[in-house]
Design a protein around this ligand. Structure first.
Ligand SMILES: [Zn+2]
Length: 227
């Protein structure tokens, strides 16, 4: 593509995607993320500023995914527990509960746990919940979990990918059907319009004919008069 062909897209990420996430800097360190000022990209796991609507690492649009830091207090506290509690069982419970919220706002924290928690059981739980949430953004990051050192996590990642792929496919099919229906509706609408137009044309033609007859009659009368 030449430079001339480049048309800037206002919806595209304004950052140049160059760096890979620096998430491996400090795995498992609870101080690493502050949900009040930071959010986690659910697609690549990168930690970015809470105010950013696009991920500066992978470029995805996050404007329609609420950051946990700006969510309700309960979700936020649970997210902090999921990341900082010293007990693995507690972290796992927090992850489980967050997943049950079924909301996109928890994607970031689940992704973070999946990539950083030191306990494989907690990571596995996070993968499980991500799979259940069926968000297409999670596909990329679940692929990373395929390289997890724990076979349990790797197995769960495969399950998760399967679940999301299936859901995405179903949605596409539903969409396809809907647009097909849309076409039928459009056609009916067109037919109706055409009929209306025909009717209107006919009326106008009838009127024209009448007017013409009237004129002719008048002309006849005139002629008669002239004669
Ligand atoms: Zn990202």
């Amino acid at each position: 593509m030449s430079k001339k062909d480049f048309i800037p897209d206002p919806n595209r990420n304004p950052y140049r995607v160059r760096n890979s996430p620096q998430s491996q800097n400090n795995p498992g360190n609870p101080e690493f993320i502050d949900f009040n000022t930071q959010r986690v990209c659910p697609s690549c796991g990168g930690v970015i500023k809470i105010t950013h609507n696009f991920c500066k690492y992978c470029g995805v649009d996050l404007s329609r995914i609420e950051a946990i830091g700006t969510a309700d207090e309960i979700s936020k506290q649970l997210a902090i527990t999921a990341v900082t509690d010293p007990n693995a069982e507690v972290r796992k419970e927090a992850v489980d509960t967050l997943g049950n919220f079924g909301d996109t706002k928890v994607l970031g924290v689940l992704t973070y746990v999946m990539l950083h928690d030191l306990d494989p059981e907690v990571r596995r739980e996070a993968v499980d919940e991500l799979g259940d949430l069926h968000h297409p953004y999670s596909l990329e990051v679940l692929a990373k979990a395929l390289k997890d050192e724990s076979p349990e996590v790797r197995k769960e990642a495969i399950e998760g990918l399967k679940k999301i792929k299936k859901k995405v496919k179903e949605k596409k099919m539903e969409k396809g059907k809907a647009s097909e229906r849309g076409k039928v509706d459009d056609k009916e609408e067109e037919d109706k319009e055409e009929k209306d137009k025909e009717k209107k044309d006919k009326k106008e033609k009838d009127k024209e004919d009448k007017d013409k007859k009237k004129d002719d009659l008048e002309d006849d009368n005139k002629e008669e008069f002239l004669l």
